[in-house]
Design a protein. Structure first.
Ligand SMILES: Nc1ncnc2c1ncn2[C@@H]1O[C@H](COP(=O)(O)OP(=O)(O)O)[C@@H](O)[C@H]1O
Ligand SMILES: [Mg+2]
Lengths: 235, 343
């Protein structure tokens, strides 16, 4: 479904990604593990079209999307939920959500249906829909961020560190929801530092260090890997 | 976007007061003052759309005011066109120049855009001043005919007042519709973070162009009304000082608020009138005031109003079980202006 082939990305003269090869298949939930500054967000920004690779190919559903503009990529079905619960804090929850459905703005009935689904997935957002998004708790803000991305009805959802700064119990619920989103048919690429939580729901994953993908494999392979255990699980 | 309770009534009441003023007084000093406030409010509200809502600080708007003014003046003086047609052409032409300027300058971001727009403003004012064969240069454009629509002549101060009030109300109404629409929200989303807006599928350049062109259209409309009112023009109306004056009005009243441009323009213009005898020393007073406002009232008077309303217990946001919000606020607060507060 999504395929990165030898993708190299630079910020000015410093190389942030070195020949990255990565693949997400239809229906998969894939995790991208890496420490702070490893290059996870850079990969996401590249897939979303916010950064242009200096070399290599990004392909989505058989099309090369390498030079496409971000809005075209969203329309093609890849939607990113950026890190840090990036909301529009002074807008109500509902307005944040409708902005998420920007590419479907003419399809009022479709937006109403998406909202219905969102409220089923996150009932608390229905109660809070008129409140300014910035007034919600950390976990609820993360729900709004994910829900807003879902409003675009993505085929592939990119989640950038959704667990950051959340209490363990909230993280657990969050990941259950992500698993459900995936089961309902959305492919997911999940960037995480929290390997322990992420590997409970992902079947397959990659490990990135300093812009290099250093390891890839099934959940078991990653869990058994000594370095992954030491660096990301803390065992 | 909480509408302050009762503010609809305040707006309605002010509207009726504005309608009634010429019936209550024929003091030409006050009427002239109000007309000027309406005209400049239209221009400043345009600046507010691009700077306050879309977050792109443009200092070219005195130039666009000049284009609107000179287009109307020249069409009426040299081409003997009617007022309404000239007005329409002025607005459209200003918007077209705005589109060209926007296409070039909106590729730049943040301070670079502001500085570049400042240069564009200087260029526009120089063109108006130096293109003497067209604009008469520093001699000024004299003899703009009295505006006429059909058989109605706007020769008296009162009739001009109603004409300009009409366009002022129209502009404010359209502004309000835009700000409360999805389009307005895309502007705000770009102000918050262009990258975030783009990851939602918003074409940032298109939205910024729309905001910019609309804002220049308002500046052009204000300029054209100014020309039809004063009936003579000098190139200094397009000068960069006016752009900074407009920015002053906007910051005082409240950038990123619907009524801030009007409040700021009315207040500062009145103060300037009082301090008229001080001439150039006025800025010694306004400089420090501006610094204080930027430091302590970043959202101007209207922003402070909205904040007061917000801090009433009944609308205090629910902040229980929230540990991380402080940090994120900082992250998200990359905008120039106050919230969506538009009371
Ligand atoms: N806008 C930027 N300009 C320059 N360097 C950047 C920028 N963003 C990130 N980097 C650098 O790129 C590397 C990867 O960063 P990032 O992709 O954000 O990592 P992660 O998301 O895994 O924490 C880091 O070394 C970071 O300093
Ligand atoms: Mg990151």
């Amino acid at each position: 479904m999504l395929k990165l082939i030898d993708v190299t990305v630079k910020y000015g003269s410093s190389t942030a990604l070195h020949s990255v090869n990565l693949e997400v298949n239809q229906g998969e939930l894939v995790v991208l593990l890496g420490a702070n500054g490893a290059g996870k967000s850079t990969i996401f920004r590249t897939i979303s079209g916010l950064l242009k690779p200096v070399s290599g190919q990004v392909a989505f559903m058989g099309q090369s999307i390498g030079g496409w503009s971000p809005d075209r990529i969203v329309k093609a079905g890849i939607v990113q939920c950026p890190e840090g619960r990036n909301l529009f804090p002074e807008m109500s929850v509902l307005k944040n959500l409708t902005l998420g459905a920007y590419i479907h703005r003419k399809d009022k009935a479709g937006i109403a249906r998406s909202l219905q689904n969102i409220y089923e997935l996150f009932p608390v957002l229905y109660e809070k829909k008129e409140q300014p998004a910035g007034s919600l708790s950390g976990g609820q803000q993360q729900m709004v961020a994910i829900a807003r991305a879902l409003m675009a009805r993505p085929k592939l959802l990119l989640l950038d560190e959704p667990s950051v700064g959340l209490a363990p119990l909230i993280v657990e619920q969050m990941f259950k929801t992500i698993e459900k989103i995936n089961r309902d048919g959305t492919s997911v690429l999940l960037a995480e530092q929290n390997a322990f939580a992420a590997l409970q729901i992902a079947r397959r994953g990659y490990v990135i260090e300093n812009g290099h993908l250093v390891l890839e494999g099934a959940r078991e392979t990653l869990c058994d890997n000594e370095e992954v255990r030491r660096a990301y699980i803390g065992a | 976007m909480r509408f302050v309770p009762g503010s609809k009534w305040v707006v309605a009441a002010l509207f009726f007061v504005a309608l009634a003023i010429p019936l209550l007084t024929d003091n030409s000093y006050y009427l002239n003052m109000l007309i000027m406030v309406f005209i400049w409010s239209i221009a400043v509200s345009g600046m507010n759309i691009i700077a306050g809502y879309a977050g792109q600080l443009s200092l070219a708007h005195a130039g666009f005011f000049g284009i609107g003014a000179y287009t109307l003046g020249l069409l009426m003086v040299k081409a003997q066109m009617s007022f309404l047609v000239s007005l329409a052409v002025s607005v459209v032409l200003t918007g077209m120049v705005g589109a060209v300027v926007g296409m070039i300058s909106l590729r730049l971001k943040g301070h670079y855009f502001a500085i570049f727009s400042l240069c564009m403003g200087v260029i526009l004012s120089l063109v108006i001043e130096k293109w003497e064969s067209l604009t008469e240069g520093v001699r000024g454009l004299l003899g703009i005919p009295v505006p006429k629509i059909g058989s109605v002549e706007f020769s008296t101060l009162t009739s001009q007042y109603y004409l300009i009030l009409f366009f002022f109300v129209l502009a404010m109404f359209v502004n309000r519709q835009i700000i409360h629409s999805l389009v307005g929200r895309t502007f705000i989303s770009i102000r918050n973070s262009e990258e975030l807006a783009e990851s939602l599928g918003i074409h940032a350049m298109k939205s910024k162009m729309l905001a910019f062109v609309y804002s220049t259209v308002l500046a052009g409309l204000a300029g054209a009304l100014y020309a039809g009112y004063l009936r003579f023009l000098g190139p200094e109306i397009a000068s960069i000082e006016h752009a900074f004056e407009m920015l002053l009005y906007l910051l005082v009243g409240g950038i990123g608020t619907l009524w801030g441009p009007v409040v700021g323009t009315a207040l500062v213009m009145t103060l300037m009138q009082w301090l008229q005898s001080w001439q150039d020393y006025r800025m010694i007073i306004f400089g420090p005031i501006l610094v204080l406002i930027v430091m302590f009232l970043p959202h101007g008077i209207m922003g402070a109003f909205a904040q007061l309303k917000k801090n009433q217990p009944s609308v205090l946001p629910d902040t229980t079980d929230d540990k991380n919000r402080g940090i994120e606020r900082g992250v998200n607060d990359r905008r120039l202006a106050g919230g969506e507060s538009d009371a």
